[in-house]
Design a protein around this ligand. Structure first.
Ligand code: PXG
Length: 445
């Protein structure tokens, strides 16, 4: 990990970029500019080293600036930079889909490509509607999401999602017919659980209540994150996901796992579906698919879902959906190179190997003043802080800022500090990450 000094590359003007999910004025008054990255580290524009505790934004699972990925993308761009996938095809798109099908649970071997997690979610919702319709059950149009769920920012994903700040401004623009399960975070019962909490599987039975209310004949799909990331790491109680699966099966409702965060090794298996031994009907992914190097998403479908569409005249398009950049050649090249790295370096199971070290480290913060919960699974962790009276979120935001000043990047959401480091992390990085976080928390008011 050679830390070359980075020349200052401060842009002259920060005004024009309207930054996403950012306090624009605060940021532009106090910019945090990243200029270079390698392995476990970023370097700021003024040359400071920053340990990456969040894998960029939960996506750089193999660590930063993998030359193999860059080379594969460069070679592809110089060979064929773009090719359409509407009524045309190019070989590496098919190669990638086959490789992904081998990674997924056995029956989930059909893959639809998108460019982001949000597009993957909206694609999965549309596939669910179309699936029921082609089977003659076109009245099954309702979706069930979950409180505190995050499924991206498209109109569909926002509607099934349950993050109030993402929804309140757009309240009247939600898609119709969506209801929500209760979330499963309950600090009173589950604070400081190591791994999955044991209390709360019964919350899955709320699905039966919603089915009784709307009737199964109207419900297309249930969508949940196996582990909620954005809301501050909410874990499924032991048995909860299995129960959702049983209820969906009984009622001919598709189960969609949003694995945008949990996919590609984050939970110690290729997907949470395998880690939790619950196979959904559709699985949305993005992020780690290309190690964050090129935007790409993928929706995995059970073969029975795909096969339901393969009827009628063969010359007719079966699903009127897709993106210009579905299976973009550069993204396919990045994904194939990423999968090679994951396989060669055993990264898709590394989170399981490291998880005991990670768990011990993050739980060492138990007992620190203001820490009201620590949650972990795979290489994911959250440290929840007691909010400052009347000023929710400010304490954790200050912790995030102070950590960054001290050379460690974590993520803040509400009063939660979330961590999801690159899967190449070593125990000494874990120590530094958690020690810095602990020192900062101890020093904060
Ligand atoms: N589903 C899930 C479960 C996600 O976590 C998306 C969909 C949307 O993906 P795109 O690629 O459209 O952003 C996400 C995105 C955070 C954070 O810090 C998480 C995400 C994005 C930005 C920040 O928790 N997840």
């Amino acid at each position: 990990m050679n830390a070359q000094p980075t020349p200052a590359v401060l842009p002259v003007d920060l005004d024009a970029f309207w930054m996403p999910f950012t306090a624009n004025r605060h940021f532009k008054a106090n910019p945090r500019l990243l200029a270079r990255a390698k392995g476990m580290y970023y370097w700021t524009a003024d040359g400071r080293e920053v340990l990456d505790g969040v894998a960029g934004l939960w996506c750089v699972n193999a660590g930063h600036c993998r030359a193999e990925i860059a080379d594969a993308v460069a070679q592809q761009l110089n060979t064929m930079e773009f090719a359409p996938t509407f009524q045309m095809g190019h070989p590496i798109a098919f190669e990638l889909a086959s490789r992904l099908a081998q990674l997924a649970p056995p029956s989930m071997d059909r893959v639809f490509f998108t460019n982001s997690g949000s597009e993957s979610v909206d694609t999965a919702l549309k596939i669910a509607l179309a699936y029921h319709r082609v089977r003659g059950a076109g009245q099954k149009t309702r979706f069930i999401g979950r409180e505190k769920g995050y499924h991206g920012v498209g109109f569909g994903g926002m509607s099934v999602g349950g993050m109030v700040n993402n929804r309140k401004t757009f309240s009247t623009a939600m898609i119709n017919g969506v209801d929500h399960l209760p979330h499963t975070l309950d600090i009173a019962h589950n604070a400081f659980s190591r791994g999955l909490p044991h209390w709360g599987a019964h919350l899955a039975n709320e699905l039966e209540r919603l089915i009784a209310l709307h009737d199964a004949s109207n419900i297309a799909a249930v969508i949940v994150e196996p582990i909620s990331g954005s809301a501050g790491v909410i874990l499924p109680p032991v048995g909860y996901l299995k129960r959702l699966r049983e209820i969906c099966d009984k009622n001919d409702i598709l189960l969609i796992f949003d694995e945008v965060i949990t996919g590609f090794g984050r939970v110690g298996q290729p997907f949470a579906a395998q880690a939790f031994d619950v196979v959904p009907d559709l699985m949305t992914t993005a992020k780690g698919l290309t190690n964050g190097a090129i935007p790409m998403g993928a929706v995995f479908a059970k073969r029975k879902v795909y096969e339901a569409f393969m009827q009628g005249p063969e010359s007719v398009i079966e699903l009127f959906h897709g993106y210009t950049y579905s299976a973009h050649p550069a993204a396919c090249a990045a994904a194939l190179a990423t999968l090679d790295i994951y396989a060669r370096e055993g990264l898709l199971s590394r989170a399981a190997t490291l998880s005991p070290v990670w768990e011990d480290a993050v739980h060492s913060l138990r007992g620190t003043a203001k820490v009201i919960d620590v949650r972990n699974y795979g290489l994911i962790a959250a440290v929840e802080l007691e909010p400052r009276p009347g000023k929710p979120g400010t304490r954790a935001f200050d912790v995030f800022l102070k950590c960054f000043e001290r050379g460690v990047m974590v993520r803040q959401t509400g009063d939660v500090i979330a961590m999801s480091p690159p899967l190449i992390i070593e125990p000494q990085h874990i120590t530094r990450l958690v020690e810095t976080l602990g020192e900062v928390i101890r020093g904060i008011d």
